[in-house]
Design a protein around this ligand. Structure first.
Ligand SMILES: [Zn+2]
Length: 316
């Protein structure tokens, strides 16, 4: 393709990886580059790496005209001021005015959101939430992140705060403590590490072999192969995943909930158990009408979401 083409420079900042790409108005990723996050380095160093990755993308697409920079970033972000909150993955970036620095470095308008909100916007525009007026995105991996998009607009709390639905409390008396301060929040019971920790501690309790370092994904595979304790871990996961989803259905009665994140690659293992809990718990709302769908952008989620952050703020 040789004619000029308007694109967004998308930046997806995660705990382990920073990805940069050129994304067009239809959510197609034309070029991408990625490198390690390097948490021991400061924001200025990160920006220079982002700039050089972006330059490499642009060199391969000389016809692309970059309109602006859209950013999805791990951890709390103030979308209005563009300042990063406390960030356990990138401690030296905390308190930095990321959006302003990007705008002055690139000379382009920039927009920034928390990565779960960015993914929610991407899925809402181009993925599983397309056409859904009331849309929730839930990602289940090392944590549980959520974003709410109503009539194409991201739901925000007071002063732009990102609601932390992944930390709503499910079992305040018996659940494990979480860094959020609560006991038995959804993430502490149903994230990938929660599944793996339960498997490990229960195996030790019962005197069963408990290889350290087993991941949730490996435990799901063991369940498929007939391991009884792994099967129990999967049923427990389905119960807590379903309890949280039933709560969201009762609270929001959305059209669609899209499920993303690494653990949802094993969704078929959990689906029946999840639906049983929803039937049991969400009887006062038309839960049958809420469609639970796998997120559909896959490896495009981060960059497409970051580009949609820009479109969401600046339109076009
Ligand atoms: Zn928590």
């Amino acid at each position: 393709m040789s004619q000029s083409r308007e694109v967004i420079a998308a930046v997806d900042i995660g705990g382990t990886k920073i990805a940069v790409g050129l994304v067009d108005r239809d959510g197609h990723i034309l070029e991408r580059e990625a490198g390690p996050s390097q948490p021991d380095r400061d924001l200025e160093d990160g920006l220079l790496r982002i700039q050089s990755m972006l330059r490499a993308c642009q060199q391969r697409r000389p016809e692309a005209i970059v309109q602006g920079v859209g950013i999805g970033c791990t951890g709390p972000v103030d979308p209005e001021t563009g300042v990063l909150g406390p960030n356990s993955f990138l401690p030296l970036w905390e308190g930095q005015a990321m959006r302003a620095r990007v705008e002055s470095l690139f000379g382009l308008p920039a927009a920034i959101e928390n990565d779960a909100d960015a993914a929610a916007l991407g899925e809402s525009a181009w993925g599983a939430g397309r056409g859904a007026a009331r849309f929730l995105y839930v990602t289940v991996s090392t944590g549980i992140g959520c974003g709410v998009v109503l009539d194409g607009r991201l739901y925000r709390g007071v002063e732009g705060a990102h609601p932390e639905m992944g930390h709503h409390v499910i079992d305040s008396s018996g659940g494990p403590p979480c860094f959020c301060g609560a006991r038995g929040c959804w993430e502490s019971l149903a994230s990938g590490p929660a599944l793996a920790n339960w498997f490990l501690s229960t195996a030790i309790e019962r005197g069963l072999p408990a290889p350290a370092g087993l991941t949730a994904r490996e435990i799901c595979q063991m369940a498929v192969n007939g391991d009884p304790l792994a099967g129990e871990a999967v049923r427990r996961e389905a119960f807590y995943l379903g309890t949280g989803l039933a709560n969201l259905i009762t609270l929001f009665t959305p059209d669609v909930i899209a499920l993303g994140g690494g653990l949802m690659d094993s969704w078929p293992l959990f689906e029946e158990g999840v639906r049983a809990v929803i039937r049991q718990n969400s009887g006062l709302v038309p839960y049958q009408k809420t469609r639970l769908l796998p997120a559909s952008l896959g490896s495009r989620t981060g960059l497409a979401g970051a580009a949609q952050v820009w479109f969401h703020r600046f339109g076009g």
